[in-house]
Design a protein around this ligand. Structure first.
Ligand SMILES: *Cc1c(COP(=O)(O)O)cnc(C)c1O
Length: 356
């Protein structure tokens, strides 16, 4: 018998969520964002379920090469571009597109002698203030690249800081359009929140990430509202049961003390599996298909839940940490974070299984 924790990745749910994107943005090409090991789902597990996407976006050149060598023929984009001239040559030889967001990257492109010209996604800083050229420096960066024999084409791109918030995208979108008004190139601006909330941002490409995995990009709005399905189910089992009398505590630091007789299920899942250690008492969890809550401090390999009202719960009872009954977003909200972070944090020791 193996330790019972497992993450399952639903191909059906991935394909469903991708279709939601396609229905919302029928005239845009879809660049499925599979960075961070596909938000913790496994690069190939995700890429298979998303194989009708028009492109994949990753961070590392290794991931891009892995996708190419596995036979994916779509556009593949490096979201931070390359870090040195060697990487630029390799990217070109694998037909991998690169973001160009800085002056040193422009110099690399100008000075390279590439095996084949490379396609560039030229990034503008429209207020996120993370990566990209200022709107008033954008034309010059564009002109330099346009004239380089190393450049096969240029897609114009930006990334929004507040697509998930009331501030929205009006101002940065305006900035982007006015700084690119003389350029006929393809445009790419929308992340998940922007795809779901602002059809006006569905330009030549859209770049969904989190929505493909069935977690919300908009805190407080559950995925059902967007017709998305959860992709990852993180499940385990009870490996012990304890009965506390009033006044007894459970776990490190005695963070939970029973007010009356309380049955506690010990779950084979802890922070070394990626479950958030800072999840408070009361974080939702399901045992044997019934909703209940965690109690006590999460330990490295185990955590505790209340099974006082789940009389049939015993050693071996099924536990859902997150999935269909317990949205990952609900766990995230309780733990003061976002679904993105929880999904990415699932550690390599958790066996991952792909299901239809
Ligand atoms: C991560 C990322 C995305 C996807 O964002 P989601 O909020 O997960 O949809 C899109 N574009 C860029 C540039 C990114 O880095």
């Amino acid at each position: 018998m193996m330790r019972p924790i497992q993450a399952t990745v639903s191909q059906h749910a991935l394909a469903h969520n991708l279709n939601v994107v396609k229905q919302l943005a029928p005239h845009s090409k879809v660049m499925a964002v599979v960075k961070a090991n596909a938000y913790g789902h496994g690069l190939f597990n995700a890429a298979q379920g998303l194989n009708t996407a028009d492109g994949f976006a990753v961070l590392g050149l290794n991931e891009a090469i892995d996708l190419r060598e596995a036979g994916f023929t779509q556009t593949i984009l490096l979201l931070e571009g390359v870090f040195d001239a060697r990487e630029l040559n390799i990217a070109a030889s694998y037909h991998v597109d690169v973001v160009v967001h800085s002056q040193p990257q422009i110099a690399m492109v100008q000075q390279a002698s590439l095996i084949a010209p490379i396609h560039i996604h030229l990034k503008m800083n429209t207020g996120m203030n993370r990566l990209g050229f200022e709107p008033n420096a954008y034309q010059q960066a564009y002109d330099v690249l346009k004239d380089s024999a190393n450049v096969a084409g240029i897609t114009l791109m930006t990334h929004f800081a507040t697509a998930d918030e009331t501030l929205g995208v009006d101002k940065p979108l305006d900035t982007f359009h006015s700084a690119t008004r003389h350029m006929a190139n393809p445009k790419s601006v929308a992340n998940s929140a922007s795809i779901l909330r602002y059809p006006i941002t569905h330009l030549d490409w859209v770049r969904p990430g989190i929505m493909l995995y069935g977690a919300t990009p908009v805190s407080g709005t559950p995925i059902e509202y967007f017709n998305l399905k959860p992709v990852m189910h993180l499940t385990s089992e009870l490996i012990a049961v304890q009965t506390l009398s009033a006044g007894e505590s459970v776990g490190y630091g005695q963070r939970f003390t029973a007010a009356q007789t309380t049955r506690i299920g010990i779950v084979a899942c802890g922070y070394a599996d990626g479950y958030p250690r800072h999840a408070p008492n009361g974080t939702p969890i399901a045992v044997n298909g019934k909703l209940t809550q965690t109690l006590g401090r999460v330990s490295m390999d185990m955590l505790f839940c209340d099974i006082t009202h789940i009389a049939e719960a015993q050693i071996g009872s099924a536990v859902e940490l997150w999935g269909s009954q317990v949205p990952v977003d609900a766990v995230a909200e309780a733990a003061g974070t976002v679904g993105y972070e929880l999904l990415c944090a699932v550690t390599p020791r958790v066996p991952m299984k792909v299901v239809d």
